[in-house]
Ligand binder design. Structure first.
Ligand SMILES: Nc1ncnc2c1ncn2[C@@H]1O[C@H](COP(=O)(O)OP(=O)(O)OP(=O)(O)O)[C@@H](O)[C@H]1O
Ligand SMILES: [Mg+2]
Length: 397
């Protein structure tokens, strides 16, 4: 009898060990509580995350043990009383200055006449971020397809209109063209009189405006068409450093001519690492960098930043065979809502006529679709913005 009891006790001990091991080997935080919200089981992940060992929490009230993390007592009670699983998704919690997201699942537990709940807590920050990025990427891609389709429809009539505007200009003003002079003579009027009438009535100015607006529209249409365009394939090996230096030259002249911002006033700090050249279309990557610099300069200028500066960092991730570039500005930054949308075609916070919202979406397509890379942004209000570009260091198949 004693031997049997001893054997039972040994079995129970072994089972207890097994249970603790199973709970400890889980990557989730696992806690069980009784009907009065007092902690019973507390696995290794819980010890690690809440920095409290089992003795410190055993039989203590749950929310005191996990503070400042908090789980509504009503939720746990409801799981126990209604015998229904309760969930809390994307619970935001700040740890080590980082905002993390957690899923909490509360399952009812009954053992004999006693009741309680088992609580599983999982860090879903990365998963949520990846899902969010994928949804966003799909949205951008489908908007791109739509925009490219629209652009295709606009492109031909627009070319026709511009061509005709040019022909009209030529027929009204070219006093040397035989076809013009012949017809003018036929109806008894001189080309000089026609030209002078047109000029006096401001018609030539109007034609010029049609031309200028048409060119701007053509530029936008061309940008929209690039959403559907495959890589032209004329890529060669260039370093980020080389492309960036060239872009800076372009930026300085381009910005000066627009008189919107004085690019030379912006300090540029470069932290270049020794990185390998990457296969890319130089002009396209330049276009991306120029867009980012232009946006940053514009944002810093508008926010009247006293010492505007860009910090450029380059690096190489050997195991991912990827080169990276960061462009950080100390401008006004942006809120979460804006940050999530900035790569969408037509998203702009600028007034009509100033921004088209195409700059970053074109950049997105160039980096992801044409070069198989990644582009992302980190920013919060008042803390500037940092753009991250990653490109594969080996040619795509
Ligand atoms: N460095 C930055 N700081 C703050 N906001 C930014 C920054 N870069 C981009 N943005 C925001 O992202 C939006 C989208 O930028 P994007 O370049 O796509 O379009 P845009 O600059 O508004 O217009 P476009 O480039 O066609 O002239 C901007 O309107 C702005 O609100
Ligand atoms: Mg822009």
């Amino acid at each position: 009898m004693i031997k049997k009891l001893f054997h039972r006790e040994q079995e129970l001990h072994q089972f207890n060990n097994l249970l603790t091991n199973v709970l400890d080997s889980l990557s989730s935080i696992l806690i069980t509580v009784d009907n009065e919200m007092r902690v019973q089981l507390w696995n290794r992940e819980a010890i690690f995350f809440f920095q409290k060992n089992r003795e410190q929490v055993s039989r203590h009230v749950l929310n005191e043990c996990i503070s400042p993390f908090y789980i509504e007592t009503d939720k746990i009670k409801s799981a126990i009383d209604k015998k229904q699983i309760q969930t809390i998704n994307n619970y935001p919690y700040e740890k080590d200055n980082k905002c993390l997201l957690f899923d909490v699942v509360i399952s009812p537990l009954s053992f004999g006449s006693a009741k309680g709940a088992i609580i599983r807590i999982d860090d879903v920050t990365t998963k949520t971020l990846v899902e969010e990025t994928m949804v966003q990427a799909e949205k951008i891609m489908s908007m791109g397809v739509l925009a490219a389709g629209m652009a295709h429809e606009i492109s031909n009539p627009l070319s026709g209109m511009m061509l005709n505007a040019n022909v009209i200009n030529n027929r009204l003003t070219n006093t040397q063209m035989p076809a013009n002079t012949c017809v003018a003579e036929e109806i008894g009027i001189s080309m000089y009189a026609i030209k002078s009438f047109m000029e006096k009535r401001g018609i030539m100015g109007m034609l010029k405006t049609i031309n200028a607006l048409g060119s701007r529209m053509a530029e936008n249409v061309n940008n929209m068409l690039s959403f559907a365009r495959k890589s032209e394939g004329d890529s060669s090996f260039h370093t980020f450093e080389e492309i960036f230096e060239k872009t800076l030259e372009l930026a300085a002249t381009d910005f000066d001519s627009k008189k919107h911002y004085d690019f030379k006033k912006i300090k540029i700090k470069k932290v270049y690492e020794d990185i390998p050249p990457v296969p890319c279309e130089k002009a396209k990557i330049q276009q991306v960098l120029l867009n980012i610099l232009l946006n940053g300069a514009q944002a810093m200028q508008e926010a009247k930043i006293k010492n505007p500066q860009f910090i450029i960092r380059t690096g190489f991730e050997k195991n991912r065979k990827t080169v990276c570039m960061e462009i950080e500005d100390n401008g006004p930054g942006m809120n979460e809502e804006t940050r999530k949308q900035i790569f969408e075609p037509f998203f702009t916070t600028k007034p009509l006529g100033i921004g088209t919202g195409l700059g970053l979406s074109v950049s997105y397509f160039i980096i992801t679709k044409n070069h198989g890379g990644e582009i992302s942004v980190a920013s919060s209000p008042g803390k500037g913005a940092t753009f991250y570009i990653r490109l594969p260091s080996e040619a795509m198949n």
